[in-house]
Design a protein around this ligand. Sequence first.
Ligand code: ARG
Length: 478
Amino acid sequence: MTPGPEGDDERGPEGRLWGGRFAQAPAAAAWLLGRSVGFDVRLWPYDLAGSQAHADELRRVGVLSDADHAAIVTALDAIRVELASGAFELRPGDEDLHGAVERRLVELAGDTGGRLRAGRSRNDQIVSDLRLYLRDAVDRLVAAVRDLQAALADSAERTLDWPAPGYTHLQRAQPVTLGHHLLAHAWALHRDVGRLRDARVRIDVSCLGSGALAGVTLGLDPAAYAERLGFAAVAPNSMDAVADRDFAVEFLAAAALLGVHLSRLGEEVVLWTSAEFGWAVVGDAFSTGSSIMPQKRNPDVAELVRAKAGRLVGDLVAVLVTLKGLPLTYDRDLQEDKEPVFDAVDTLEVALPAVAGMIRSLRFDAARLAAAAGGGFALATDVAEELVRRGVAFRQAHERVGGLVADCEARGVDLDGLDDEELRRTLPELADADLAALRSVPAALARRDAVSGTAPRRVAEQLARLRAELRADAAPAP
Ligand code: ARG
C-alpha cells in the first residue's frame, strides 16, 4: 500500500476495514466525503452491545475459543470505558465507528481482535446500531411528550370552567372553556405518542445475522442475536434487513408531526401573549428581553419551537428522498440517514422540556378571557338554536339572527347591547324565553353538554380520561 496522491499515510490500512485489494490509499477528498465517524460515533453504546452479542454468538458456534472470547470482551469493556470517559481517541484513519472500534480492539487484543469481524458486515451492523439507538430515543421522547401533556393537564385543571373565546378562521366563533382549549393540544400529543410507539414496533426488529446482504454462514443464528439484544422480532429477509430504513422514516414522520403540533401550540402562545390578545404572560424564566427596548418580553421559546417544525419536516424529507429509487440492497447513500435522525431526536429532546416549562409558567388573565368570551356576537348561534327549539327551521333562524347582527353592527352595538324588549320584538318566538340565560356565557358553555363538548362537567370528564391514560402509561409493565 502506497499513500494516496496527497501522500497522507494517515489514510493507511490501520483504521480501514477494506485496504487489501487496493494499491493506493484513498484520496483525501474521497476519504473526507465518506468519513462518517464524526457523527456515527455517538452510536457507540449500541455498536458495542452488538459486538458483545456477536462475540457471544461466535463463541457459541466455535469460531472463538473461550480464551479469545474473554480477550475480546475484556477489550470491548476497556473501549466502552474509553468512549464513555471521552478518552477514546479518534484517528484521521478511522472511517466510521465500526472501523475505529476494530482498530482499537486490535491495539488492545492483538490479532485476536481481528477475529470478531467474522460473520458480520457493516451493513447489518449499522442498521442494528440505528435501531437500538432509536428504540431508546423513542422511549425518552415518549416520556418527554408525556410530561408536556401533564403540564397541559395541570393548566387545564385550573381553568376547566374559565370562559374563553373559541375561534375558527382566527375569528371569534363560540365561547369555550380555557381548559377545553388546552386539552385539545394534549390530545394531539396523545396521538403523537401513539405514532411514536407504533414506529417503535417496527424499529424493534433484529438485523444482525443478515451479513452483507445474503445471510450468514458459520452456523450463526439471527434469532440468537435478537434474543441477546432484546429485540422483539427478527427480520425475515436478510436483503430487506440491510436495505430497509422504513423504520427511520416512520420515526421521522412521527417526529415531524409532533413538531408541527408543537408549532401550533407555540403560535398560540405567541398570539395569547401579545398585547392585542393579552390572555397570558409567559413566566420570566421562559421569556426573553430585547437588547434595545427595555420594556420587551418576548416569547422566544414559543417562536423557536414554531420554527423547529421546519427542520423536523426537513429531516423526514431528506431521508425519504435519499431512499427514493435506491436499488437493493445496501447503498452508501444509506449513510445519509443518520444525521437527520439524530437531528430530529436532538431537536425534540431540547424542545419538549422547554415547551413543558413554558406551559407551566403561563399565567392566564381570567377577567380578560371572560370579557372576550362573551363580547360581540359570540352567542348568535345560541339565539338561533333557541329559535329552533321553538319550532323555527334553522335555515330561517340563521337568516333572521344574521339580519339582527347586521342591524346591530350598523348601529354599533353588539347583541348584548339590545334590550330584552327589542330582542322580543325582532324575534317574537322568544316571548317567553329566559333571555338572561340565553345571554349568559356560563349557560352557553353548560349547554355544550354532549361528550367531547366544552361544558365544564364534560371537560372535567375529559381531563379525568386523559389523566387515566397518563397514569396507565406511568405504571410499570405487568
Ligand atoms: N458508515 C456506513 C453507514 O453509515 C456503514 C456501512 C458501510 N458499509 C459499507 N459496505 N460501506 O451506512
